[in-house]
Write a protein that binds this ligand. Structure first.
Ligand SMILES: [Fe+2]
Ligand SMILES: [Fe+2]
Length: 201
């Protein structure tokens, strides 16, 4: 028996909450944490919208209102997230972050108390496991495109891109561009590579 969609979604909620705690406690690099939260939350919500929510409304049309509400909360969280991203260097950061965290926690609570239990009721275990795979596939695909590997850790190019692009040689930059799959990299000089990597990060 593999992990099912409900378990995987709840595990991912816990990961997000621990990142919220880190950034709220002022641990680590704020910009890097915010970028990781943004990538993880966006990939998570999209995977739910593409795979999980439609499965629930199809299996149990009576859940349509709860699911519509969940979509709406994703939109709200997305808007607040954009404000957080824009406020990283602002004195309002903590306040904006608190509002965002509160909204996401509220959504997570509703999802875990209404949507996910309804999903468990509505479909059988085999479907839940297949749905878990589909959820993970979409989530990881989005994370990769955002420059993260499947563990959600920073991909090498992303990490180094932030940390020390300035001190890198052309060869280093070329290797990073290769990791990041930047097209046209063979013909780029050091500055071009550096710029392309910054754009990606
Ligand atoms: Fe969720
Ligand atoms: Fe959600």
């Amino acid at each position: 028996m593999g992990p099912d969609a409900v378990d995987l979604i709840m595990d991912d909620h816990r990961v997000l909450e621990s990142l919220f705690e880190q950034v709220q406690a002022g641990e680590g690099d704020r910009r890097i944490l915010v970028d990781e939260i943004a990538a993880r939350l966006t990939a998570h919500s999209h995977a739910e919208e593409k795979k999980v929510y439609p499965t629930l409304t199809k299996a149990d049309p009576g859940e349509k209102d709860d699911v519509d509400h969940a979509y709406h909360e994703h939109d709200e969280a997305e808007e607040l997230l954009q404000q957080v991203v824009r406020s990283v260097d602002s004195p309002q950061f903590e306040q904006v972050l608190a509002e965002f965290v509160q909204a996401v926690k509220h959504h997570v609570e509703e999802e875990e108390s209404k949507v996910l239990p309804a999903l468990r009721e509505a479909v059988d275990q085999a479907t839940l496991e297949r749905l878990g795979e589909a959820f993970t596939e979409v989530r990881i695909d989005e994370l990769r495109r955002a420059g993260f590997d499947e563990e959600g850790q920073h991909a090498a190019a992303y990490d180094r891109g932030r940390a020390d692009l300035a001190g890198a040689t052309r060869d280093d930059l070329y290797e990073m561009a290769k990791d990041a799959d930047i097209s046209g990299r063979s013909s780029m000089n050091k500055d071009d590579l550096s710029q392309a990597l910054r754009r990606q990060a």
